[in-house]
Design a protein around this ligand. Structure first.
Ligand SMILES: [Zn+2]
Length: 146
């Protein structure tokens, strides 16, 4: 463990042995950021991957330099962590469909396929069975009122 005091301007000296370990030489740029464990100081590479520090096969994306390996990793992690549409939550394309149109479609399907179950009808319309149940009630109300 190395302990060093801050001076009155908040500066510290990085001990020579530490700089040697990190490959930091006089006048090199360092970057530092706060992590969960405290302050992280790294040698700054202007033309290096933001994530792993590699200096070849780089691409520039939204203000960051990223290497092709990390791009592949990012793509893979996006697929893994992509949230599924929660149950009961409908895909956007079905949400935009107006209620009136949805009711007409449901009414037409129910007439066309009277033997099909609520689940089958739901699958055909891309809606949840509970939504079909709600819509059926609305249809019944409409029919009673007409
Ligand atoms: Zn990288």
């Amino acid at each position: 463990m190395i302990v060093r005091p801050l001076d009155n301007l908040g500066r510290i000296v990085l001990p020579k042995e530490l700089r040697g370990m990190l490959g930091i030489e006089d006048s090199d740029l360092v970057e530092f950021f706060v992590t969960e464990d405290g302050l992280m100081i790294k040698k700054y590479y202007a033309g290096a991957c933001r994530f792993c520090g590699i200096v070849n096969q780089l691409a520039y994306f939204k203000g960051c330099i990223i290497c092709s390996d990390c791009i592949q990793l990012l793509k893979a992690s996006e697929v893994v962590s992509k949230p599924d549409v929660p149950p009961g939550e409908l895909p956007a394309k079905f949400k935009r469909r107006g209620l009136e149109v949805t009711l007409q479609e449901l009414s037409a399907l129910l007439e066309q396929y009277p033997e099909k179950s609520q689940y089958e009808i739901a699958a055909m319309m891309g809606l949840s069975p509970s939504r079909i149940s709600q819509l059926k009630k609305q249809l019944n109300i409409k029919q009673l009122m007409s």
